[in-house]
Design a protein. Structure first.
Length: 174
């Protein structure tokens, strides 16, 4: 059974408990996790895992696309066995910054599509910055400034962010 991705249900959860399902050197897989892997252009979470009275830094988090497992890459090989309980805690300031930048990127993408019919073709969201690529034939400074101003206005309105899951067919109708 793949790792349960707890971060999809509550992105504000900061701590959790889980059981070890696989260990391979410094890589560990749990039955559930709040650690978000690097996917979709968004950087991964960091934090700590407490195992058997010892604390390990989570340096990287990866998604195994074949199995759905989340792989936590630790600073050292854990002294642990399959089935052991783990307590985890994400680096909340990092997560919150990534969440805010990710939401801002969605706002900007929506404005670029609505006002300039530009689709996003790629992007990267990291703690310090974010970048986005659009398929727009002519991108001049006025378009960029207009989109940024509109995005900032949207952010200043402090609207609630709603998270929900759609089937692919439903999403394509939007």
């Amino acid at each position: 059974m793949p790792t349960k991705h707890l971060y999809q249900y509550d992105s504000y959860q900061k701590t959790f408990k889980a059981k070890i399902t696989a260990i391979n050197g410094v890589e560990i897989v749990l039955d559930q996790t709040i650690f978000h892997p690097e996917t979709g252009g968004v950087a991964h979470d960091t934090g700590i895992l407490k195992i058997g009275g010892l604390e390990y830094k989570v340096l990287n988090v990866k998604l195994d696309y074949a199995t759905g497992d989340i792989i936590h890459v630790l600073d050292t090989q854990p002294k642990a066995e399959l089935g052991w309980e783990v307590e985890g805690e994400i680096d909340w300031p990092r997560r919150y910054r990534l969440m805010r930048l990710h939401t801002a990127a969605h706002i900007l993408a929506a404005i670029m599509y609505k006002d300039y019919h530009a689709l996003i073709t790629g992007g990267q969201v990291d703690v310090e910055d974010a970048k986005m690529d659009f398929n727009i034939p002519t991108m001049d400074r006025s378009i960029f400034e207009d989109a940024i101003n509109k995005a900032n206005e949207a952010v200043e309105r402090n609207l609630p962010v709603k998270i929900y899951f759609l089937k692919r067919e439903e999403a394509l109708k939007i």
